[in-house]
Design a binder for this molecule. Structure first.
Ligand code: IYR
Length: 223
């Protein structure tokens, strides 16, 4: 039997040009409303919504389709608290000693500091891991290709899916993040924490920094 069968491209859809333009505009309008949020409500979020967004994330392209990701969905208050304590300890060190002035200056408009109450408050923390290699059923190692790029793509799709569902996110990167392997029981030899995504409803009085996006002309060149 053919080991690598091909099937017809059934699910692709083409649209008339006007509709294409309309859909592209609609999607931009939808995604440009997304803001990174740092003030979360503790209101519960249905787990089925998170699961559906994770299904979206796992549709991302990946190196050799090896899907080198693992998502740990944390809602247990004690585990969230342990993550908060570990993250705050590292952030304290970052803000007080490790970060050069140039980095602190770059962060100033965001108003961040070492206090991370959202790690307790938000209903879900999704710890995203990149796998350097996977395992076959018989225990043999399978090397993964472009794991960080692949996980970045999946994470972008996850953030977009959560936003479209009406949830707010914060891409949080305490550094180093190895404590996540320990707290969440993920193998250290093969998996590297990629980021911690904080997910929930924004707090009623949430504010966001008055910052914008670069104009397209600054970031796009046509050749
Ligand atoms: N990890 C720290 C610092 C930080 C770094 C970057 I780059 C940001 O865009 C935001 C924060 C923190 O979470 O506070």
């Amino acid at each position: 039997m053919d080991k690598n069968p091909f099937v017809p491209l059934r699910d692709y859809r083409e649209y008339p040009e006007a509709e294409m333009m309309q859909r592209a505009r609609q999607f931009h309008l939808e995604l440009k409303r997304r803001r990174t949020v740092r003030h979360f409500s503790s209101r519960p979020v249905p787990r089925a919504v998170i699961e559906s967004c994770l299904r979206t994330a796992t549709t991302a392209p990946s190196g050799a389709n090896l899907q080198p990701w693992h998502f740990v969905v944390v809602s247990d208050p004690e585990t969230k608290h342990r993550i908060r304590l570990a993250a705050e300890e590292e952030e304290r060190h970052f803000y007080q000693h490790r970060a050069p002035q140039e980095w602190l200056d770059a962060l100033a408009p965001l108003g961040t500091d070492e206090h991370k109450p959202f790690l307790d408050r938000a209903p879900y923390l999704i710890a995203i891991f990149a796998q350097k290699h996977g395992r076959l059923a018989d225990g043999r190692r399978v090397k993964h290709y472009y794991p960080l790029e692949s996980v970045g793509l999946a994470t972008g799709m996850l953030i977009a899916a959560l936003h479209v569902a009406g949830l707010a996110t914060l891409t949080h990167t305490p550094s180093p993040m190895k404590f996540l392997n320990e707290l969440l029981g993920r193998p250290k030899s093969s998996e590297r924490p990629f980021l911690l995504l904080v997910v929930g409803y924004p707090a009623r009085n949430a504010t966001v920094p008055a910052i914008g996006r670069k104009p397209l002309d600054d970031v796009v060149t046509y050749v």
